[in-house]
Write a protein that binds this ligand. Sequence first.
Ligand SMILES: *Cc1c(COP(=O)(O)O)cnc(C)c1O
Length: 382
Amino acid sequence: MLKDHLQKLQQHDTPLYVYDLELLRQTLAKAQSESSKYGYQVHYAFKANTNAPVLAEVKAHGFGADCVSGNEIKCAIENGFSPDHVVFAGVGKSDAEINFALDKDIFCFNCESLHELAILNELAAAKGKTARIALRINPNVNANTHKYITTGLEENKFGINAWELPEVLGQLKELENLKLTGLHFHIGSQITDLSSFKNLCTRVNEFQEWFLSHNVELEHINVGGGLGVDYYHPDEQLIPDFEAYFSLFNQFLEVKPGQQVHFELGRSLVAQCGTLVSRVLYIKHGKTTNFAILDAGMTELIRPALYQSYHKIENLSSNQPENKYDVVGPICESSDCFGKAVLLPETNRGDLIAIRTAGAYGEVMTSQYNLRDKAQVLYLNQ
Ligand SMILES: *Cc1c(COP(=O)(O)O)cnc(C)c1O
């Protein structure tokens, strides 16, 4: 509990990102043991959080790296991840990023368009190399999550659509510097309805049959990430239900002999171990509401402004009777609001406020808008 560390927190400047590395270790250990029951391999989605102490724990638990930029690949390798366990996805890989990944001989390029295949082939040929690729297929499966983090519908920019596959297979025969090794899917993020993953399995099975019927054997199937976390009751489920998640794939995904199954989890591994801690600057009494104005804003945690997402907010300093507050940041944007009509104990200037479940897509998305300083960072249980 963060309250147990109150004294330590009080000594720190805010805004402050606090990471509980012991919770992270427990989460990673559980994900690792549940996935290895079925021989599954998990690549950690770097974009969720790239802090070195976090990456060190991820690596120590045997995960690979799922990267979406050249710099993420560089970061993975610098932090000790083997290029054999690096995959590279993204709809817009630049030539420089592709060349860098080719030089490092990464495990797999997850390719998202016909055009990308042609360019990758050209760049690989120029180096006299063969790039291992997986086709990222858009399976047209609804993830039932916020529309900004839905990626597996035909209206989304991600992946190759089913009707393009015959043309892709035709092209691949000509593209001699590409080796098709797998299929890749990622339907979205913060998925809490596991039936979306069941629907994904059904589609993957159909695609596998289609490829087999065209005499294409696949070494691996990558089903992406997206497992959600409980933003509403973090303490009731600090560790996501990896058991149910992996066993669902074991039940519904048809795996061919010798085939590897890969996952790319980000949020579910790192979200709950991170908290954004902020101090109350001012209390302002509006016409219908009270504002608690924090020293942290959308520049430190943009998820509420970007995805209308909910984060549990707690006052760590006060035990007074509760009152309702709109909890807002200092940034000159009306969307700079962490929560409306939040019930908090009577809140005063200087109180420490915890914004929970901020370990994923939090610190990595900070910006210097308004020329803000970067948030401080504290690791607990290092
Ligand atoms: C973001 C991303 C992930 C991770 O998603 P989470 O919801 O954080 O698990 C996995 N694969 C790809 C291709 C991604 O873009």
